[in-house]
Design a protein around this ligand. Structure first.
Ligand code: G4P
Length: 536
């Protein structure tokens, strides 16, 4: 079996810089332990120091609720969006997926910028709805997944049962890397499977300071200092799991079919170093990206990257924004001029931001896999590609057909112009999608999660002084209409009352029911009704 420590040593020595980048996100259902695991990963890398757990936890709770309020008001995850930390010569870029339980397009887009994900599961709960949804998004791109089964310091479900549940629910092969020696009051430590050692507590609830090497897990039976019942159960469970589950296969993992499983406890820092060693050791370095007509490789000399997120400035009085760019190739240097393929113009990147463990640092150099923040005044949109001159359009930054549509009503008609401008800004920033119906002057906004509606209303009022309210519409879904020009025209003529134009003036069919949509698809075989539209 592949040993993360050995692969870590290999991964961190030699080779170009980008091979030592690991760009990933943590996906989980709220409360599974994403925040705690993030903190512990930063702690393990020495990027943060914690004064004392209790204080930090109290502070975290306070800060978290503040953040959530701001998130609600401002529609963004103001929690550090990108955290960069270094360990054993590997640079980890951890991208935060929005913290709120509601689902938004921001989440999809962030996941389009990573090469791997850590899926955190609560050992007492197994797969929960949000985990499943996020996993499905990762699967769209076959992103390799690490599984961290958290909270083994509490009573949890039986490990074999958990593995079974995850594997069956997600149709994903699993293989154990760390295995619990008891859970809850019985928690005595972990078996590090590839490392061939047991990591044990010296006293109940303490750290895993006792290390016992073994050749086969069965050798641990009879070990002194651990109750026979607990140890036997653990070893038997592991032997069974190893017997029935497929062995680790790097290719299968990289293709997103097989996930290494780490049982642990974020709060007790159990299993966290092993997870980090796995991420560093065999987590993928920046992957090649498909673009229009060709594949962009990370080792290419010329710089390229794409904007996956635009965040408004924290200060609502200033409308400048930060565009988050995932670099896909080349070595970016400060002061460089990059070409925006959509705007067809060069821009000088004077003050790029590097997010190093929650503190913004000015960056001088960055390579494929790194994220840079580019302050701008609205020039950069989500989906934009930056390059050294080549017109590249990366695939995979889509707009999704919104599941919720609302008409925007203005209280004060004198503000129609401001509303138009504000909606355009919000659409470009990716907060909502805006559709202009062909037969109605009032705009319709579309979102994937309802929180986006609250965020839009709050931001329009606070930042643009335009209070709005929503009115329900009789449309249930939207589809981009694509096909030969004449055919699209013909369809448009006959369906003006169900058609709108999007931000790029592309025609969008607003359907009153699934049945109506199905009928349109049947009646117009030469047209495509697309649920996803690539940005750009
Ligand atoms: P999230 O970001 O995924 O929403 O989860 P978060 O880390 O905030 O953790 C949610 C709750 O689970 C927190 O408890 C946290 O302390 C707890 N937790 C996280 N990891 C572990 C673990 O390994 N073991 C145990 N026993 N608990 C864990 P809380 O009730 O919100 O606050 P607190 O009073 O516990 O701090």
């Amino acid at each position: 079996m592949l040993d993360p420590s050995a692969s870590l040593a290999a991964a961190s020595s030699g080779g170009p810089d980008y091979t030592r980048r690991r760009t990933f996100a943590i996906i989980s259902h709220p409360d599974a332990g994403k925040t705690t695991l993030t903190e512990k990963l930063l702690l393990a890398s020495g990027a943060i120091r914690q004064a004392g757990q209790v204080k930090a936890r109290g502070e975290r709770r306070r800060t978290r609720s503040d953040w959530m309020e701001i998130e609600q008001q401002r529609g963004i995850s103001v929690t550090s969006s990108v955290m960069t930390f270094e360990r054993d010569g590997i640079v980890f870029n951890l991208l935060d997926t929005p913290g709120h339980s509601d689902f938004s397009e921001d989440t999809y887009r962030t996941l389009s910028a990573v090469d791997a994900a850590v899926m955190v599961i609560d050992a007492a709960k197994g797969i929960e709805s949000q985990t499943r949804k996020l996993f499905e998004v990762c699967r769209l791109r076959d992103i390799p997944i690490f599984t961290f089964i958290n909270k083994v310091d509490r009573e949890g479900l039986d490990p074999i049962g958990l593995m079974d549940d995850i594997s069956a629910t997600l149709a994903l092969d699993l293989t154990p890397f760390t295995w619990p020696i008891g859970m809850g009051v019985d928690a005595r430590g972990l078996i590090d499977v590839p490392g061939k050692r047991a990591l044990l507590v010296e006293e109940r609830g303490g750290p895993l300071t006792r290390v016992v090497p073994f050749e086969h897990p069965e050798d641990l039976i009879g070990l002194e200092g651990v109750e026979e019942r607990i140890l036997n159960e653990s070893v038997e469970g592991l032997s069974l799991a190893l017997g029935i589950l497929p062995p680790f296969d790097l290719e299968s993992f990289r293709e997103g079919h097989l996930s290494p499983v780490f049982f642990g406890s974020a709060i007790k820092e159990m299993g966290v170093p092993e997870l980090l060693a796995g991420l560093g050791g065999f987590g993928p370095s920046p992957l090649a990206r498909s673009a229009n007509g060709r594949t962009v490789e990370p080792q290419e000399d010329n710089v390229s990257g794409f904007v996956f997120k635009v965040q408004a400035n924290m200060d609502p009085n200033h409308r400048d924004r930060v565009a988050f760019v995932r670099l896909c190739s080349g070595t970016f240097k400060r002061g460089m001029k990059l070409f925006n393929a959509r705007e067809k113009r060069q821009m000088a990147i004077a003050n790029p931001i590097f997010f190093f463990a929650q503190e913004r640092e000015t960056v001088d150099e960055a390579v494929a896999g790194d994220i840079i923040g580019i302050p701008n005044h609205g020039l950069l949109r989500v989906g934009d590609t930056l390059s050294e001159g080549e017109t590249i359009r990366f695939e995979g930054i889509p707009d999704f057909a919104p599941e919720i549509l609302r008409r925007v009503m203005l209280g004060d008609h004198m503000k129609t112009k401001q509303l138009q401008k504000a909606l355009q800004d919000m659409a470009e920033e990716g907060v909502v999608q805006v559709f202009r119906p062909m037969a109605d002057p009032l705009p319709i906004v579309g979102v994937v999660g309802t929180l986006q509606l609250d965020v839009l209303a709050s931001r329009l009022e606070k930042e643009y002084g335009v209070p709005i309210r929503y009115e329900t519409v009789s449309f249930v879904t939207a589809r981009w209409v694509s096909g030969e020009h004449a055919e699209v025209e013909r369809f448009t003529e006959g369906n003006r009352f169900s058609l709108a134009l999007d931000r790029d003036n592309a025609p969008v069919y607003l359907a009153r029911s699934q049945w109506v949509l199905d009928r349109a698809i049947e009646e117009w075989p030469k047209l495509k009704f697309l649920a996803v539209k690539e940005r750009g």
